[in-house]
Design a protein around this ligand. Structure first.
Ligand code: ZN
Length: 271
């Protein structure tokens, strides 16, 4: 997961008016949001553009599945809600509530081989259930979502990856945030076996590049030639942690961890 800057989303001409009209139609004619799903599916291409079509949650290679537009705050109902009806119907056409995510992160699935299950579906747990919004007049800013959100500039920094197994891990010691990471791993199914294997390959590849760069770093002797070799060895690391690469957020957090554990020269890549 890497931060998605929603201000970079380009909307088709006239989309905002269409979305407002759809919301009104839904309310006036007592329709379900899904009856007007073309409004959000029309944005699929524009949302996918931000990550080279990678899922905003797992950042797996784009071939993993056909991605869809998910509503971060579920539009129909919320599994954890204590009152009925639940669901953030009034946010159904709000583009800042849209997330571009793969079917593995989005839909309920059981991985028999790996013995895991997950999929966000209509889950949206909160730190304090009493703060949940049920109508448009309730303030959603009072809610503390437990699921990590790629559109929150801080959340992506919490998710790391094990160098031993590729298993997603918390990249923080904060107890509260670690709980959010655990819940997110489960509901986004980030511990799925195939995904772990892909992530492990990527982090081992990154770790080898860091090791190569370390050799070039210690070979520097003040000559431009050796310095150039070191700088060249940093380029592939930079590529792996840049948004749009597979698992770029977890790879970034691995580089950060290495920087803090004896590789201070990696700082120039973290910027
Ligand atoms: Zn995904």
């Amino acid at each position: 997961m890497h931060w998605i800057d929603q201000d970079k989303i380009e909307l088709p001409e006239g989309w905002i008016n269409e979305a407002a009209a759809a919301k009104k139609k839904m309310e006036d004619e007592k329709l379900k949001p899904d009856d007007l799903s073309q409004v959000w599916t029309a944005l699929k291409g524009d949302l996918g553009k931000l990550t080279n079509k990678r899922c905003w949650i797992c950042e797996a290679p784009a071939t993993r599945s056909d991605n869809a537009v998910d509503h971060f705050r579920p539009k129909n109902r919320v599994a954890e809600a204590l009152q009925s009806p639940s669901g953030y119907k009034w946010l159904a056409f709000e583009y800042k509530n849209f997330r571009y995510i793969c079917t593995f992160c989005n839909s309920r699935r059981i991985d028999i081989i790996g013995g895991t299950d997950g999929g966000k579906a209509d889950h949206f747990p909160l730190r304090d259930e009493a703060a949940r919004a049920y109508t448009e007049t309730d303030d959603i800013d009072n809610e503390e979502p437990m699921l990590l959100d790629p559109c929150d500039p801080e959340d992506w920094k919490l998710l790391g990856c094990s160098l031993e197994s590729g298993h997603p891990v918390a990249a923080t010691d904060d107890v509260h945030e670690r709980e959010r990471v655990e819940i997110s791993i489960k509901f986004y199914h980030l511990h799925q076996e195939d995904l772990k294997k892909l992530r492990l390959t990527q982090i081992r590849n990154l770790d080898q590049k860091i090791s190569d760069a370390k050799d070039r770093y210690y070979e520097m002797d003040g000559t431009p030639k050796r310095k150039k070799k070191f700088i060249s060895a940093l380029a592939p690391i930079k590529r792996l942690i840049t948004p749009g690469s597979d698992f770029s957020g977890e790879m970034y957090n691995h580089v950060k961890r290495c920087r803090d554990n004896g590789y201070p020269w990696l700082e120039k890549l973290l910027g």
